[in-house]
Structures are given as C-alpha cells and as structure tokens.
Design a protein around this ligand. Structure first.
Ligand code: QV4
Ligand code: CA
Length: 508
C-alpha cells in the first residue's frame, strides 16, 4: 500500500509536467482559430483514431473586436471578459467539444490569456465578441468585473521596452496591453475562477500566454488554486498539465528556469535552431544534431514544450526569426517535424494553420494580421476533402501523411532511448529509438546509399513517410531488415520527401 501511495504522490506532484495518461498520445496539435464544433468532429473522426494526445485551442474567453485591421487573429489576445464566447463558439459548443474529445482520449488544453486585458489604445464600447461593455481608458471591465484597482498602473505607467529589467517585463504593458495586478488576491481569484470553470468542464491543462510577463510566484499561487481534473475522465486527484509561454533565447534578465516549478516552458531555441540546420544556414548541418536537446543548450527535456513553428513566429511575431520553417516551406517543414517527432527530447506540439495571402515587403509580411478564413468575420467551417486534406483555406498540417504517421511513430517508440546514430559528416543522418523505430534523412545534394544498423527485429517494414501499411501491404517504400538488424537505405536527394521512417507497427 505504501508503495502505491508513493507512486500516486509522484504521479500527482509531477502532473503539471505530463499530460494525464487518459490523454492517449505523446503529442498535441494546435488547431489555431478552429471553431469548437469543428474540433469536436476532428477529435472523433481523426485525432482519436490517429493517436493525437490533445488539442491546444485558441483563447475561448471573450475578446475585443478589432475592425482596423479587419478582425485580426490577434484580437483574441485582448480579453474583455472570461465569458466563453468568441468567434470559435459559445459555452455550450465548448462544453460539447471537451466532452466529445475527452470521450475519445483527446485532451483539451486552453490558451489562457491571464496577464492582461485589451490594449490601452482602445476606447470604450461594446465592440467585443459577446457584446460586453468595457472602457479601456477607465480600466473598466464590468464583465469580470475588473476596475482601475486591478491593474499595474500604479507600478508602471508605460510599455515594456527594456527586457533587461525583470520588473519592467512583469509590471509594465506588453504592446500596450493593460497589465493585471496578479499579486492581488482579488485578481488571482478571478483568474482562478475562470480556469476552474474550464477545468470543471473537463479541460486537462493550459498554455499560459505571456508567462514571461507574470511573476513566477504569482503564477504558482494561481495554479495552487486550481481544482483537480474532472473525475468523469481523470483519476481522482489529477492535476492540470501546464506549459508556459516564455521566450528565452538568452541574453535577457528573465530565464525560463524561473518558471520550472510551475510546469513546462516553451523552448523557442528549438524551432529557431532546427530551421537553421535544415536550411543549412550559418554552416549548420544535420551531422551536428547528434547531441540535439540539452546538448544544444535547451532546457531539460522534462521541462520542454517543443515545436517547429507556432502561431506567432510562423508570421513573424514573437521569436524565431527568418529561420523558422512553416507549411509555406513544405518539403523542409516535413523533415523538421519528422525529426522533432522521432527524437526523444521534449513534449511535442504540432502546428495546424490556415492560409493567408502574404505580402512580404523588406522581409516583413504586411498581412501578418490576417485572421482565420471567414465570411464577413464569421470563421469558416473546416471542410474535409475526399483525399482527407482540408478545404476552406485550412492547411491541416496534422493531416499530412508524413506528419500524421510521425505522430504515430512517437507513440509506438514510447520512451525507447535515442540509439544507433549514424551520419556522413554532412547532412545524411540516421538514428533509432531502441528496438522500436528508426529514421534516416538525406538533406545533402547527392544520393544516400548505405547499410545501417537499425536495432529493429528482422523483417519487411513499410516506410511511413512515402506511404502507409494498408491491408498487409506497403503503399510506399519497403525496407528489409536483416537478421543482424541491418538494412540498406537508398534516398535520392530529389525525392519528394528525402527521409524514411520505420517502426515495429509498420512491419509486415
Ligand atoms: C499597439 C502599439 C502599442 C500601443 C498599443 C495601444 O504597438 O505601442 O501601446 O497599440 O493599444 C496588437 C497589435 C499591437 C498593438 C496591441 C495593443 O499588433 O500593434 O499595440 O495589439 O493594441 C499578439 C500579437 C500582437 C498583438 C497582441 C494583442 O502578437 O501583435 O498586439 O496579440 O492583440 C513577446 C512576448 C510574448 C508574446 C510575443 C508576441 O514575450 O509573450 O511578444 N506572445 C504572446 C502570444 C501573442 C500575443 C501575446 C503574447 C499578447 O503568443 O500571440 O500577441 O497576448 O515576445
Ligand atoms: Ca504583467
């Protein structure tokens, strides 16, 4: 009995770093700007069956309606109240989505915007997604309610300029957004009430937006007020999974390690560096990835939330710069996402985007504000084409065969160790995950033809990048593993996808 108690204690006190086992899957997908009704359907028809562990949803709380520019995606990062009422849907639709996704083992993680309310530049009115009145000039948000007492004006009356001053970064306004006084019990109570309302519906955890701009101690007090997860789906005593948005590329007063006690942190170095390597910029090459992870100066693997791109840096917001790979660079993007999902480092998040008409002038996209596909501001439905891709302008990277199959690869290999590394000293590399999976990349400008130790049992395997294993057949490349575990790999540098991945469940 004592042993079980110890295990359950470890389980629960580490819960903020790992999703609940009910969330069957080792990756989550950010369905950016999707409507709740569409997410519910996607959980049942795709994410559950394909082994996605969860969905990060866009902020579900009422936000300001911005008309200039017309309905930008970023209006959802300017809260007006904590009513579940946005372009993605109302509370009933949200509740139904959580239930239907949980019922197929796909957990819901809410993007919690709790550092601030709307920008100071907005005047008063009811231009909000639920019609709630607000007066930014008077710091008046009757929908919560918040008043002047609840903001940091007394501590700091301006914007954040100096990222080397930790007080300024926490107490001043990020891009002019009214900064909440999170050291006040009243404000902490309102934020916790909002998050508990979501937890009681069945939400399994949170992305904490702009966490760098909140004191770690204030976050901790709020997290300690959170309820245990809903026992309709989660074991008694389960705690929410937490990942904090902290952009730390080094050189600032604030470091991500300050936030480790609260949960995981977003590791922005990951996507920036991986993009540089796959693009072969600055002399980087894939052979250098042998010590990928903490060896590259990233946070410890059990504190890292990793991704190739996110909703900010895929359009030049936030951090990462020009090296960030996105769906616009599809061939390289699939290699980067494939590498991320095969490698053991960190907890992985896949981006799922919508297309917009870029207008790049001097390296900046003047259309970086464009919101989701819509009809006069009403977000469009996610339609599914006969070939399983998405229509209506939704990119659905998570449905691309190469990415969907690598999400499955990560589930199959579990916690098997990084093994059997090989490289040609340039951009041809390979590595395994114990005796469960193996992946080979050719990012050089010449063919790869070599025999490698895979660590896998002998047999014929279907490559899950070029195809699928369907009814006992491979629709793509076959790989023959000999009794000694070796296999010959041939990858043209002109291949549509110059990488091959096999695992024990793609074996014939
Ligand atoms: C403008 C002026 C300000 C002025 C203000 C007055 O720039 O100087 O004081 O008006 O109101 C939008 C506009 C921005 C405008 C602001 C407030 O782009 O020009 O300020 O609204 O009206 C997203 C977008 C921002 C957007 C914001 C709010 O990226 O452009 O600002 O939503 O709508 C740092 C942080 C990191 C942050 C990242 C973007 O450390 O936490 O910047 N990332 C998260 C989210 C991100 C979001 C926010 C934080 C804010 O991922 O999407 O910003 O919630 O690195
Ligand atoms: Ca703040």
């Amino acid at each position: 009995m004592k042993f079980f108690l110890l295990l359950s204690f470890i389980g629960f006190c580490w819960a903020q770093y790992y999703p609940q086992t009910h969330c069957r899957g080792t990756s989550i997908v950010h369905l950016f700007e999707w409507r709740w009704v569409d997410i519910a359907k996607e959980c049942e028809r795709y994410l559950g069956p394909k082994g996605f562990g969860g969905v990060q949803v866009s902020p579900p709380n009422e936000n300001i309606v911005v008309n200039d520019p017309p309905r930008p995606w970023w209006e959802r990062y300017q809260p007006i109240s904590y009513k579940i009422c946005t372009r993605s849907g109302n509370e009933d639709e949200f509740r139904d989505m959580v239930k239907r996704c949980n019922n197929v083992g796909v957990c819901i993680y809410v993007d919690a915007v709790i550092n601030h309310m709307c920008g100071t530049g907005n005047r008063a009115g009811t231009s909000s997604t639920c019609g709630t009145y607000y007066n930014a000039n008077d710091r008046d948000f009757p929908g919560v309610p918040y008043s002047g007492w609840d903001f940091n004006d007394g501590k700091c009356n301006g914007e954040i300029y100096n990222y080397n001053d930790a007080n300024e970064v926490r107490n001043c306004r990020l891009s002019g957004l009214l900064d909440l006084a999170l050291e006040k019990d009243y404000v902490r109570g309102k934020v916790a009430d909002y998050m508990n309302h979501l937890i009681d519906m069945g939400v399994a955890g949170f992305r904490l937006d702009a966490a760098k701009h909140m004191w770690p101690g204030d976050i901790k007090v709020i997290l300690d007020k959170l309820h245990n997860l809903n026992t309709q789906w989660f074991p008694e005593g389960s705690r929410p999974f937490i990942f904090q948005e902290v952009i730390d590329l080094g050189g600032e007063a604030i470091t991500s390690s300050e936030y480790f006690g609260n949960g995981r942190v977003t590791e922005f170095k990951y996507g920036a560096k991986l993009g540089t390597v796959i693009r072969k910029w600055s002399g980087e090459k894939m052979a250098y990835l042998q010590n990928w992870g903490e060896g590259w100066g990233f946070v410890p693997t059990d504190r890292a939330l990793v991704f190739v791109d996110n909703h900010d840096n895929q359009r030049g917001h936030g951090a990462g710069g020009a090296s960030i790979l996105t769906f616009w660079d599809a061939r390289m993007y699939k290699m980067a996402v494939g590498f991320m999902l095969a490698h053991p480092y960190g907890f992985t998040r896949v981006m799922s985007s919508y297309r917009w008409e870029r207008n790049i002038q001097n390296g900046q996209d003047l259309n970086d504000w464009i919101g989701p596909p819509n009809d006069n501001g009403v977000t469009k439905e996610v339609t599914i084409n006969p070939d399983t891709t998405c229509g209506n302008g939704w990119v659905c990277e998570h449905r691309w065969r190469q990415i969907r199959n690598m999400v499955a690869f990560r589930n199959v290999v579990g916690d098997q160790p990084f093994s059997n590394w090989w490289d040609n000293g340039s951009n041809q590399v390979a590595f395994g995950r114990g005796n469960k999976g193996f992946i080979v990349f050719n990012n050089d400008d010449w063919a790869l033809l070599t025999t490698l130790q895979t660590g896998l049992p002998a047999g014929t395997y279907c490559d899950v990048i070029s195809g699928d294993k369907i009814d006992g057949n491979c629709t793509g490349i076959k790989v023959y593993v000999e009794n000694d575990g070796t296999a010959q790999f041939s990858i043209s540098n002109c291949a549509e996808d110059p990488f091959i991945a096999i695992h024990v469940e793609s074996k014939l």
